[in-house]
Design a protein around this ligand. Structure first.
Ligand code: MN
Length: 742
């Protein structure tokens, strides 16, 4: 295990102003926190964060990053808390460790290859400080290096995830060395035979070409020295996984690969880079089309170099890369190296200002990460700006779902599946029950509770943020309303058939669909329920002999209507004669033909007479209003006369009141009272004490002394209403109380 002083020495080697005390405190704190914990290898757990820190010292990272690496598993795996870290090491380090804790939670989630891109975005969205990602990559590298201690099933999953997510992320961060090592470790784990084969071929080639390589190296050095250029010439071998990928991609044999060996020349200035290329091109013929100037046009990840391929000794093609030390470090270490070079003064003694510059740069680099090499990638990743407007959440099975910021569990449910959204009744976020309308955060695991046969509340439509959820909710509410109409239509049609003494079945109705010019039974029933089609027409379409009976009915009704006009009291309407009342004290026999009315919010589209209402205990008639469903009128309502010439709209209805559910029904009263202060308060008190509601009040003044007060009230039933009327009449200031029927 790395000793405390070794860690400090490693950091001081590249940063003489390192905060020794901070590093020492972190070492001791993490060692104590992890205590006796062991790794799969049997080593003390604490060796892991130390090794991660060591990897980062190779990348010459700042104190805060090194300390965060030492502490990176404390919050998740020990009793340490964010507050404690903040207190002991400052908020900056606290935030880094917290970011790493959040990322660690994601390790528990399965990440399928097709989700890899989204997952990388999630990493970027969560890690708002790029140093968190650098530590995460080092953490993953050390875990990959020690992967052979882990059980085989787990090994494969970790390697796949590394290859899908972390290796490309390292590449995008310009950390080529990190990427190569991660890829090769994955290659060894996932395809051991292929990896061994390539490694053997490489070793073979190395041996065979050894003399040739040395010869080229010598000739190069000689030619450069002759021109006064100091260059560090290094042979370079393609990594096994890169070789494999290229063989796969181009489906070519190992022998056909021309760029397995190459040379890298490090020179001291940009100018020398170009001079170097001049010397090489003079000495050997270059392969046309292979010269690339990434110095004047750097790659998106800031990679700079000159590339060329020449035909060297023995007609061997040789690839060459020419760059300065700074360009080299940036190519190898990417983001990490930028911290040292961005201001062009790697040996700045003012550590603090360098650190803050580096930090600023690192933050800015988050943007750079979103850019790829190809134009498509570039376009795709400029969209990544958007991911500050996105949240990424998981299903309990590890499915990653990207949603716009502000999204709720309802949006999540609809993103999973429309049925899940429609049937959603509750949600758990990270294992805790949460309201369906909470705002989701990055990395939340969301579980939706469903119940069959739900209809999403229409109000959700305005509360969700995704178009998919909004459209689905609109469709579901529309379907629910339609099925209400179809339900009403079915009741109306069934009763029309019964009255006509004909049998009704869906089968028979199906046969009549062409005559009714409708597509389905539901279309017909909904049309009847909406009042767009008359039940008589449906009977007639199924049984053409129905015509006469219908005329007869209309005649009876007309006669009734005439009688009614002569009669000033209760109307002896035949239609109403069959009404039943389940309300206590109501009269009349039950009638199977009548449609049961429960009140508002039931499964039928019901409303009550707009000018006066209707309450249980009233004898009632239903009028079918196109597009609105049934309107219930008390039988004494004069408004019914308006429908005398439309017998098709009259429906037999009956109250079907659930005694356990205390629903309220609308009624209107006119109270004539003395015009004096306190009258209105007295009336309101009487109604309130009776347990009724006042919905609306209007005044009509006839004289200075009296006025009429029009009250829309909500009561339980007729008895309740009559009790209120009696109590109002008992008050001295009240001269008259009348029920209004519109
Ligand atoms: Mn770790």
């Amino acid at each position: 295990m790395m000793r405390q002083y070794e860690l400090v020495d490693r950091v001081r080697k590249y940063n003489p102003n390192a905060d020794e005390d901070l590093l020492n405190r972190a070492y001791v704190y993490a060692m104590k926190a992890h205590g006796a914990q062991k790794r799969a290898s049997g080593d003390p757990y604490f060796t892991h964060p130390l090794e991660v820190a060591a990897i980062l010292t190779d990348l010459k990272l700042d104190d805060a990053t090194i300390v965060a690496a030492v502490l990176h598993d404390t919050i998740e795996d020990t009793s340490s808390t964010r507050e404690e870290i903040d207190q002991l090491f400052g908020r900056d380090i606290g935030a880094l460790v917290d970011g790493l804790t959040k990322l660690k939670k994601l390790d528990l989630v399965s990440k399928r290859a097709e989700q890899a891109e989204n997952f990388r975005k999630l990493l970027l969205a969560i890690a708002d400080d790029v140093r968190v990602l650098v530590v995460k990559l080092a953490d993953r590298l050390h875990n990959m290096r020690t992967l052979h201690f882990v059980p085989p099933e787990k090994r494969k999953r970790i390697a796949e995830e590394t290859l899908d997510i972390y290796a490309p992320l390292a590449g995008r961060m310009g950390m080529q060395n990190m990427r190569d090592e991660l890829e090769n470790l994955c290659f060894k784990t996932l395809m051991p035979e292929a990896c061994a084969m390539i490694e053997a071929r490489l070793a073979d080639l190395r041996q065979k070409n050894g003399a040739l390589i040395a010869k080229i190296e010598d000739e190069l050095r000689e030619a450069l020295v002759a021109r006064g250029i100091v260059a560090d010439v290094k042979g370079r071998e393609k990594a096994p996984y890169s070789v494999w990928k290229k063989m796969e991609r181009k489906s070519i044999a190992f022998e056909q690969l021309s760029d397995i060996f190459g040379f890298r020349l490090l020179v001291s200035s940009t100018e020398d880079c170009y001079r170097c290329i001049g010397v090489i091109h003079t000495k050997w013929p270059f392969v046309p089309g292979r010269f690339k100037d990434y110095i004047s046009t750097p790659k998106q990840n800031d990679y700079r170099s000159l590339h060329t391929t020449v035909v060297g000794p023995g007609r061997q093609r040789v690839e060459l890369q020419v760059r300065t030390q700074e360009m080299h470090d940036i190519a190898e270490y990417g983001i990490a190296a930028h911290a040292l070079y961005k201001d062009g003064r790697a040996n700045d003694t003012d550590a603090l200002s360098r650190e803050s510059r580096a930090y600023r740069w690192l933050r800015r680099t988050i943007d750079l990460l979103s850019e790829g090499d190809s134009p498509e990638e570039f376009l795709e990743h400029t969209k990544l700006e958007l991911f500050h407007d996105q949240v990424f959440c998981f299903s309990p099975k590890g499915r990653l779902i990207a949603l716009p910021r502000g999204a709720t569990p309802i949006d999540f449910a609809y993103a999973v599946h429309t049925d899940v959204g429609n049937n959603a009744v509750g949600a758990k976020i990270n294992g805790r029950i949460a309201p369906l309308l909470s705002e989701l955060q990055n990395g939340d695991e969301v579980e939706i509770a469903v119940a069959e046969g739900q209809v999403p509340p229409a109000a959700w439509e305005t509360l969700v943020v995704t178009g998919k959820a909004r459209a689905a909710i609109r469709r579901a509410t529309r379907d629910a309303v339609r099925s209400q109409y179809a339900g009403l239509g079915r009741q109306i049609v069934t009763r029309a058939f019964e009255r006509a003494k004909k049998t009704f079945s869906d089968e028979k109705l199906k046969g009549a669909l062409p005559r009714l010019a409708r597509q389905s039974i539901d279309d017909v029933l909904a049309a009847v329920g909406r009042g767009e089609m008359f039940s008589g027409d449906v009977v007639k379409a199924v049984h053409p002999d129905f015509k006469e009976e219908r005329k007869a009915n209309a005649g009876v009704h007309k006669a009734n209507a005439g009688m009614r006009k002569a009669d000033t009291g209760w109307f002896g309407l035949k239609k109403a004669a069959s009404l039943v009342f389940k309300v206590p004290g109501a009269e009349g026999p039950p009638d199977a033909h009548a449609i049961p009315i429960r009140g508002l919010g039931g499964d039928l589209p019901v409303s009550f007479a707009p000018n006066g209402g209707a309450v249980p205990g009233d004898r009632i008639v239903g009028i079918l209003t196109p597009g609105e469903g049934i309107t219930i009128y008390p039988i004494q309502s004069p408004a019914l006369m308006d429908f005398d010439d439309q017998p098709e709209r009259w429906l037999d209805v009956r109250w079907d009141i659930d005694e356990d559910r205390r629903d309220f029904f609308p009624a209107r009263l006119t109270v004539t009272a003395i015009n004096e202060p306190g009258t209105l308060g007295m009336i309101a008190t009487v109604i309130g004490d009776a347990g009724a509601n006042i919905d609306h009040i209007a005044f009509i003044s006839h004289s200075p002394d009296f006025r009429d007060i029009v009250l829309d009230v909500e009561v339980l039933d007729l008895a309740h209403l009559n009790a209120i009327i009696s109590q109002l009449k008992a008050k001295p200031v009240v001269s008259k109380v009348e029920r209004v029927n519109g």
